[in-house]
Write a protein of this length. Structure first.
Length: 301
């Protein structure tokens, strides 16, 4: 973990958000002596396990890293309680026994922070303008269509009434954009899709006409119906577990062969290689003990 002042942690969080990089914000809300952390201490956990800031020593850091990566995958906030001795489960808290913790108990609130959904809109029609206004009100990032990679784009909406629609639809399909909507009448929408050289499955991914059938007439009402459809699709995908909130790098768990604590199996965790295998540890103390006789401790697992 790289130590940073609280102000530096907050500034870094703003930079990550501006660059659309997901992270978990961890803040100490309870610290029992003799822990080194204090209430208000903060850290950020990135998708590769990198930690910026301070919420406790190496043993606490290992637990926070593992739970932070889990939170990035699920998108759920967690109130983490790390105790040096076993404790019963507590309602509303994730209780983790950390046998190597050198002191009192810590409670850390962990909040995943994700970039706003990114919407690309083709066209400058009244509906396109309404999409920008209403999408921004919903907290989405709505930007004009641009040629190029569609990385991390959550939706593409074609509202140009005929200009460059086919090429944009093909690009969005190839990029596996989750939502593709064509603003058109049912008749024109079918004609546009018929003109495309795509499979039946690919064609089914295009909403034509875009939006839920709520009897919308004005540009603003049509924009509302389209965002309602986007929200409906996103929530359904999350509930079905179709897509994890964030794909994290090697976010599997490993077991410390010394203290048997669960730790994140990522390159940023403390680790050592022995006999072609990689072993992960909660702290340098466990690693050093392992290295005194690797064959002995590796055989215990």
């Amino acid at each position: 973990m790289r130590s940073m002042t609280r102000r530096a942690v907050r500034e870094r969080a703003e930079q990550l958000s501006a660059n659309r990089i997901p992270f978990v914000h961890a803040r100490v809300v309870f610290a029992e002596k003799p822990t080194s952390a204090k209430p208000g201490d903060e850290a950020l956990i990135l998708g590769d396990g990198t930690m910026l800031g301070f919420v406790g020593g190496q043993c606490a850091e290992a637990t926070v890293r593992a739970q932070g990566l889990a939170a990035l995958s699920t998108g759920n906030c967690v109130l983490l309680r790390i105790a040096p001795t076993p404790e019963a489960d507590q309602h509303g808290k994730l209780v983790v026994h950390n046998p190597c913790l050198s002191g009192g108990t810590l409670e850390i609130f962990m909040e995943p922070v994700f970039p706003a959904p990114l919407i690309r809109v083709l066209g400058n029609s009244p509906i396109a303008q309404a999409l920008t206004v209403i999408g921004s009100t919903l907290g989405y990032e709505v930007a004009p269509w641009v040629s190029g990679p569609l990385t991390n784009v959550d939706a593409v909406i074609l509202a140009s009434h005929g200009d460059d629609e086919e090429a944009a639809i093909i690009a969005a399909l190839k990029a596996n954009v989750p939502y593709i909507g064509l603003v058109a009448s049912p008749k024109r929408g079918s004609a546009v899709l018929d003109s495309l050289d795509v499979t039946t499955c690919m064609r089914a991914r295009v909403h034509a006409p875009a939006g839920l059938n709520i009897g919308a007439q004005s540009p603003e009402e049509i924009a509302v119906s389209i965002f309602a459809q986007i929200i409906e699709q996103r929530r359904a995908s999350q509930q079905e577990g179709v897509v994890a909130m964030v794909t994290v790098s090697g976010a599997e768990e490993a077991v410390d062969p010394i203290c048997h604590m669960s730790v994140a199996a990522v390159a940023t965790s403390i680790h050592a290689d022995h006999d072609g295998a990689r072993w992960y540890f909660c702290c340098l103390g466990c690693k050093e003990k392992f290295l005194t006789d690797p064959a002995k401790f590796a055989g215990v697992m």
